[in-house]
Design a protein around this ligand. Structure first.
Ligand code: HEM
Length: 385
């Protein structure tokens, strides 16, 4: 008996090690996120299961928590329509919402936490551009409350069960505010379905972009942002300035998405036709694609852990071609806003930087660049001059 165990246990151990090796290579991530043999309903199910916590945390009913291809089709079609906005004028719309929002909310009297400020600005812009919310309807304190609750419930959903989430009535409290901001229930029966994927990812890209601009040792990135803020067009977004010596705003945001992908891990539950017998036997309930780790490979050029937007310059393509980014996922469930979000985040970040300068405010830089949390020491306040 003992010798049988001595043989079988190491075997199971090695099979498990082989089967559940971390998904660190881009090729593994592509197969994991877009398995060729899996039907759409199964693929949706494999995403919906790990996302179930979002049903309890936010009452989501979208494709993120459903295996129904009809819901997937309707939801992605609607999301594309929302971000398409007013045709060719859409960037002017984002830019003017960002400008007015920063103007309204910039803390000229008091010192404010940097992350809180960026959260409020980003939520305001998401509401105005995707839902036509009137900026005058948005009170700073209400935005602070709603963004705090979203942040807290997101974190809680990872450690608390459904019953504990239900006991906390903060979801119904933020719904009261959201109902005032988005009144058309026929068009938007559950606005959090769209607010969440848009706001929750975007605010962190905006915050990290602004943070790098202020942390940079000279004014280069600051100058790029100020110039872009005055002319936020797609052509300008892509243009490398100073005869190709200055990064484009696009390169800055891509570098932010590479080093700080808001979705660091993308989870899937093994589902029937995609799982083998050892998955069923000893497999984890959920597997994760480690996007953050893949982005640190030297397929992205030299010194991959350094923030270096110039790596996206067309003359700096690494041998073997430029590796693609996985910040928006991959394959059939890839983000519908992958083309829109980098430019939108750049516009918001640039408007924040430009108006901080115009209003004579100062950003106090913290020790570390944060994520959903970890912004200790970062503040925005009135300058002394
Ligand atoms: C920088 C900002 C954003 C990032 C990093 C991001 C990231 C992602 C990722 C990683 C996925 C794939 C999830 C998976 O495979 O399970 C995804 C899907 C999706 N995202 Fe985004 N997202 C961003 C902004 C947005 C915005 C602004 C919207 C607009 C409403 C949006 C709507 C969606 C939708 C609808 C899907 C599901 C696509 C599908 O199921 O076919 N995202 N996003």
């Amino acid at each position: 008996m003992l010798s049988w165990f001595a043989f079988v246990l190491p075997l199971v151990f090695f099979i498990a090690l082989w089967a559940f090796k971390p998904l660190l290579r881009a090729a593994d991530i592509r197969t994991f996120l877009n398995p060729p043999d899996l039907s759409l309903p199964s693929l949706l199910l494999s995403r919906a299961q790990p996302n179930e916590r979002l049903v309890h945390a936010f009452g989501l009913t979208s494709t993120f928590v459903s295996n129904d291809p009809k819901i997937h089709r309707a939801f992605t079609t609607r999301a594309k329509a929302l971000i398409a906005g007013a045709g060719s004028d859409r960037w002017r719309g984002v830019a003017s919402s960002a400008e007015v929002a920063v103007h309204h909310l910039l803390p000229v009297q008091r010192t404010t936490e940097f992350a809180t400020f960026v959260q409020c600005i980003t939520l305001a812009v998401v509401l105005c551009t995707l839902f036509d919310t009137d900026l005058d309807a948005l009170q700073y304190d209400d935005l602070v409350y709603v963004t705090n609750v979203i942040n807290q419930r997101w974190k809680d959903s990872k450690i608390k069960d459904a019953a504990a989430m239900r006991q906390d009535d903060s979801l119904s409290k933020i719904t009261v505010h959201i109902d005032k901001w988005i009144m058309d229930r026929r068009q938007h029966p559950n606005p959090l379905n769209f607010i969440l994927p848009a706001y929750e990812t975007m605010w962190r890209v905006v915050a990290v972009t602004v943070a790098y601009i202020y942390r940079h040792c000279d004014n280069t990135l600051h100058d790029v942002a100020i110039t872009f803020a005055s002319d936020p067009t797609e052509a300008h977004f892509q243009a490398f300035g100073d005869n190709g010596l200055q990064p484009s705003m696009q390169a800055i945001v891509l570098e932010v998405l590479r080093l700080h992908p808001p979705t660091r891990h993308i989870a899937r539950a093994p589902v029937a036709s995609g799982s083998s017998w050892w998955h069923t036997l000893v497999g984890p309930a959920v597997e994760r694609a480690d996007i953050e780790a893949v982005h640190l490979s030297d397929a992205y050029g030299e010194n991959p852990s350094a923030f270096e937007p110039m790596r996206f310059h067309p003359t700096r393509v690494p041998v073997g071609g430029r590796a693609e980014l996985y910040a928006f996922g991959y394959g059939r469930l890839r983000c519908v806003a992958a083309a829109w979000a980098p430019m939108a985040a750049a516009v918001i970040a640039a408007k924040v930087v430009a108006q901080i300068k115009d209003a004579g405010c100062v950003v106090t830089v913290g020790d570390k660049i944060g994520g959903r949390s970890g912004w200790d020491g970062w503040t925005i306040g009135k300058g002394t001059e």
